[in-house]
Design a protein around this ligand. Structure first.
Ligand code: NAD
Length: 432
């Protein structure tokens, strides 16, 4: 079966729009895997679309007395393997197609690492850095009320993503529990503060997982970490923690960046200093003195061994892919590489550890958090880390073996594994 590019848009859209967005990138990789596996047309149809899309317009009283209305989404891509699972993003660029892509990636990610969840994602179009704590709390509670029938420990379990953190998860637990007659229901979200049933090791989990798969890949490629260099785009939860762990592993992090731009230091950026600077300067690296200024675009094409895009989607494109000098890319962000850039990176012989594997450490520990909430029994940090390290290493080995056996990239192998697992479950649910 051959699929034309036009097929990468939703059939319900009257005119096919050929655009390079995150959803189109997700679909083109899914379709390639579906074709190789030989999925039935109706299976492709089901998994090409979200199962549910929920949109709400949330009126929120701002501190100046005005009422602003925010557009908010929750998308469930699939519940074939279990309840919906995925973060909530607060950012000005949030839009429905982006949330749709992020929800589908969660389906594939949970399947690759073999945890019993489907895929979901939420988002609110807002500028959290320009809002007060009170405004953010009212917005988050309004979102929880609007999605109270969508969320649930056995239905759909949100978590933090860009622009949200444990603080927002605490508000969701509180509001959701109030809506449920005051029953304390911590398992409705993960990434909570420890005091409200969060898991030890959750904050570091994604960056730790990114580092673990990088070290696994180096071992397979016969390279030692000591003396290698890395450039990390994005200095939030994923980027900064990955940078910290990489430097602890003997890898010199020569460049970091955030929305305000990048910093280069050939002797290695002192990551703990950069983290301290960010935490005392409103969450931004603007004005940091630990390196020479560079742009985000320059960071991506630096002379370095390892590149970790850990900010947003669509950063590695057909325009800059030919100039990338790193030989190992680990996708800390979701969807940092467009589908059109994949063949260019493959031809250059660059090993790409795909997002649905590389950044799965977060959702793995989220799963343990949910298990702990439901058992009422809590693990030590080293118990969580050991389980999470083993799970992501196993997933890496599965993907690596599949790639070797089928002579395909790690991304293609990860999609093959994920799509197969989801479709197996879908078939067992039966036809209705
Ligand atoms: P975050 O909000 O903590 O940090 C985002 C970082 O990216 C910030 O440093 C921000 O300044 C930077 N950034 C934003 N726009 C940028 C731009 N245009 N250019 C360069 N930098 C930019 O978010 P996070 O949780 O670290 O998430 C980062 C990525 O990782 C997202 O794609 C997210 O979906 C993905 N992810 C996060 C987790 C998690 O556990 N937090 C898990 C898996 C995947």
């Amino acid at each position: 079966m051959s699929r034309k590019k036009e097929d990468t848009t939703l059939a319900s859209e009257s005119k096919p729009v050929i655009q390079s967005d995150a959803y189109a990138s997700m679909l083109s990789r899914f379709h390639a895997a579906a074709e190789k596996i030989g999925l039935a047309p109706e299976e492709i149809e089901i998994l090409s679309r979200p199962a549910e899309i929920h949109i709400a317009y949330l009126p929120v009283a701002m501190d100046d007395g005005q009422v602003r209305v925010f557009e908010a989404y929750r998308v469930i891509h699939s519940r074939a393997l279990g309840p919906g699972k995925g973060g909530i993003r607060y950012a000005p660029e949030v839009n429905m197609r982006e949330v749709m892509a992020l929800a589908a990636w969660m389906t594939w990610k949970c399947a690759v690492v073999n945890i019993p969840y489907g895929g979901a994602k939420g988002g609110i179009t807002c500028e959290p850095k320009k809002m007060s704590v009170g405004e953010l709390e009212r917005l988050t509670r309004a979102y929880t009320r609007a999605m109270s029938e969508v969320f649930g420990p056995d239905k759909d379990i949100p978590a933090p993503d860009m622009g949200t953190s444990a603080r927002e998860m605490a508000w969701i637990v509180d509001e959701y529990s109030r809506l449920n007659k005051g029953n304390f229901i911590p398992a409705v979200v993960t990434g909570k503060p420890l005091e409200l049933g969060g898991s030890k090791g959750r904050v570091e989990a994604t960056g730790r997982g990114v580092t673990t798969v990088i070290l696994q890949a180096l071992q397979r490629l016969g390279r030692r970490p000591e003396g290698l260099t890395a450039a990390v785009q994005g200095f939030g939860n994923v980027g900064s923690i990955t940078a910290k762990y990489l430097s602890q592993s003997g890898i010199r992090v020569i460049a970091i960046s955030d929305k305000s731009g990048g910093f280069y230091n050939e002797n290695g950026i002192l990551i703990h200093q950069a983290i301290q600077y960010r935490d005392t300067h409103g969450g931004s690296l603007e004005g940091f003195k630990g390196g020479d200024r560079i742009t985000n675009e320059q960071l991506l094409t630096l002379e370095t061994d390892i590149l970790v895009p850990a900010a947003i989607e669509d950063q590695i494109t057909p325009q800059n892919a030919p100039h990338i000098k790193a030989w190992l890319i680990a996708e800390g962000a979701n969807g940092p590489t467009t589908a059109e850039a994949d063949p260019i990176l493959n031809e250059k012989g660059i090993t790409v550890i795909p997002d649905i594997l590389a950044n799965a450490g977060g959702v793995i520990v989220s799963y343990y958090e949910w298990v702990q909430n439901r058992r009422g029994h809590y693990y030590t940090e080293s118990e969580v880390q050991e389980r999470a390290d083993n799970t992501i290493k196993q997933a890496f080995d599965d993907v690596f073996a599949r790639a070797a056996a089928h002579r395909v990239s790690l991304r293609e192998a990860a999609y093959l594994l994920a799509v197969e697992r989801v479709v197996k479950a879908l078939r067992m649910h039966g036809k209705y």
